[in-house]
Design a protein around this ligand. Structure first.
Ligand code: OKP
Ligand code: ZN
Length: 357
């Protein structure tokens, strides 16, 4: 399997975050990526490739198919503006967020906010400190994912039903059109999906999100089946991802969530639910590509997970995904138990490959 990777994804490295009220080392660390890379490198099944320096020339235009110009501009400029304004040099971290009950409609002009207010306008939680390098890392991740999507589309013409892996961070599935949150700044799977739909003549893409947390950022962006997979409202991001949410606008009816009670989420229950999600994708007609938000924070010992999955579950997950028979782009999302992270990611990908052949 081709694995796309870019070292610039390592440069986003905030020192800490607040977890359950405690200041702790930042869980979404560059170490995660290095560990997965090292584990995959030890297997002859994976071939590592880097994105080309000059492709795509207009990288930002692909990002702008998903995110607003104001938001992307914000990510690019906020660190410098914040520091000039007297903010901590380590990272931007807002104090106030635009809560929906705080502001009367049209009461304020939001176009000329101070840096600290602007940071709270474009962010929904405390998990997204923006350092001097965050924008560069997020853009590098988008470039790696786009390169992997391009390779998958090119290869598909020659060899059908193969998988490609974009090994990236920061993750993306919590990022909305103009919001960062949950360690996510740019929605990598959404950017890949828009690329396939708008630039590769593809009619339909399915996004299957197997991260422990609900992918609130990916859910409504498309008129596509999206299978969220999360324990909300018991866990982060708490306010999204109920079974009753079915999408909005042109995407209405295409969004499927499968909330699982944490204490019930054993390997068998999880795989049964994943099968249901796979059946929905199978029945939804002409899906040309499958994009998988690959989080392995479902593992029982993950520090921010409540599920009970063992390491034996991950090859089974890969096998179920392979049973859909689609060219599949895997995109790295969460997974924070460093001792097993590489092995669990490798297991999903190898389980997929072995079932495809
Ligand atoms: C990102 B991804 C939970 C605190 C959570 C943010 C978690 C973001 C997860 N007590 N902080 O979906 O893996
Ligand atoms: Zn997660």
């Amino acid at each position: 399997m081709k694995v796309y990777y870019g070292p610039e994804c390592l440069c986003h490295d905030p020192p800490h975050e607040i977890l359950s009220g405690r200041l702790v080392p930042y869980l979404e660390s560059p170490r995660r990526l290095e560990l997965v890379k090292n584990t995959l490198s030890r297997s002859s099944s994976f071939v590592f490739l880097s994105p080309e320096q000059d492709w795509p020339h207009n990288l930002l235009s692909y990002v702008l198919a998903v995110h607003t110009e104001e938001y992307v501009d914000h990510l690019k400029t906020i660190y410098d503006d914040w520091v000039v304004d007297g903010g901590d040099k380590v990272a931007v971290l807002p104090e106030t967020f635009l809560h929906h009950r705080l502001r009367a409609p049209n009461s304020l002009d939001l176009s000329n906010l101070s840096p600290i207010a602007r940071a709270g306008l474009y962010c929904f939680d405390l998990s997204c400190p923006i350092t001097n390098d965050t924008f560069q890392a997020a853009i590098a991740a988008a470039q790696v994912v786009l390169t992997a999507a391009r390779a998958l589309a090119d290869d598909h013409l020659a060899i059908p039903d193969r998988g490609t892996f974009a090994l990236v961070r920061p993750p993306g599935h919590h990022a909305q059109d103009a919001l960062c949150g949950g360690y996510c700044f740019l929605n990598n799977v959404a950017i890949a999906a828009k690329y396939l739909l708008q630039h590769r003549g593809c009619g339909s893409v399915a996004i299957l999100d197997i991260d422990y947390h609900h992918g609130n950022g990916s859910r409504w962006m498309f008129r596509l089946p999206f299978c969220g997979y999360e324990p909300t409202p018991d866990d982060y991001p708490y306010f999204t991802g109920s079974a009753g949410e079915r999408g909005a606008g042109p995407g209405f009816g295409f969004n499927h969530n499968f909330p699982l009670a944490q204490k019930d989420a054993t390997d068998d229950v999880y795989c049964g639910t994943l099968q249901q999600a796979a059946d929905i994708i199978r029945q939804s007609g002409e899906i040309e590509y499958l994009i998988v938000s690959l989080g392995v924070d479902t593992y029982q010992e993950d520090p921010i997970c409540g599920f009970l999955l063992t390491q034996r579950c991950y090859p089974r997950i890969g096998e179920i995904i392979a049973s859909l028979g689609k060219p599949t782009l895997f995109v790295m999302e969460g997974g924070y138990h460093l001792e097993t992270l590489g092995d669990n990611v490798a297991s999903v990908l190898l389980g997929f490959e072995q079932a495809v052949v």
